[in-house]
Design a protein around this ligand. Structure first.
Ligand SMILES: [Zn+2]
Length: 241
């Protein structure tokens, strides 16, 4: 302490001038220089406490920082994608299915005066669903009609919508980069597809308008070397609902 009680006097040990200003008991006074020093001390203590709290919670702070950085990075990636021309060819999202075997149901009547805004690609339950394009995952989530769904943004800002998934591929999350070899999930009957044969509902959206995916689809190579590139191929993140 720079100020101490000595023989009933508050004695300032800071300087002679300051000591001369010391008075008795309750009428203690502080010199301006003392107040500055005390303020600095309090400030230093506050910073120390803050530093200890931050260090103690460093992993949480770090995680938060990483999340913000990841989101900013996604915005940069998506901005780059918007500037690119949209894909003219889409890889068949269900391997082993030929484009010729997809019955065209574009704009077929659906419940509630709806039109079918996509194509249904039928396959055995659990068949992997691959991204039809390169891009970034925008959303992994459930809704009433689509069930378990994944949305991917690709070149030109197009959004590719994969619905009725039996379950998601392990560890996929919004912001992930995907290629035409990335498994997004597995064919199923979630959402309003319950009770129908398992299939993937595949939708393509450009600036909020649905496009018919069928003319854009192209068959995948069926040779073994291509099949071996698919990743990941094992494990399931979520049980069918
Ligand atoms: Zn459909």
């Amino acid at each position: 302490m720079l100020q101490t009680r000595l023989l009933g006097l508050w004695v300032c040990t800071h300087s002679v001038t300051c000591r001369q200003r010391a008075i008795k008991g309750a009428q203690r006074q502080y010199c301006p220089l003392h107040l500055t020093v005390v303020k600095k001390l309090l400030l230093a203590i506050s910073f120390s406490v803050l530093a200890i709290i931050v260090l103690a919670n460093w992993s949480a702070v770090s995680r938060g920082g990483r999340k913000i950085a990841d989101k900013l990075l996604l915005v940069v990636h998506v901005a780059r994608l918007y500037a690119a021309p949209p894909d003219q060819k889409l890889a068949m999202p269900v391997p082993g299915v030929s484009r010729n075997h997809v019955a065209d149901t574009w704009h077929a009547a659906r419940d509630g005066d709806r039109r079918h805004e996509g194509q249904d690609i039928f396959a055995s339950r659990g068949t992997p669903v691959l991204s039809a394009t390169e891009g970034y995952i925008l959303n992994v989530g459930e809704n009433r009609l689509g069930g378990q769904t994944v949305s991917v943004v690709g070149a030109g800002g197009r959004v590719y919508y994969y619905a009725h998934l039996d379950c998601y591929a392990p560890h996929i999350a919004a912001g992930d980069h995907v290629t035409t070899q990335t498994v997004l999930g597995y064919v199923g009957t979630t959402g309003n597809a319950a009770g129908t044969p398992p299939h993937l509902h595949f939708g393509v959206y450009a600036t909020g308008r649905a496009l018919n995916p069928l003319p854009l689809l192209s068959d995948r190579a069926t040779d073994k070397s291509a099949a071996n590139k698919i990743e990941p191929v094992s494990g399931k993140k979520k049980r069918r609902t």
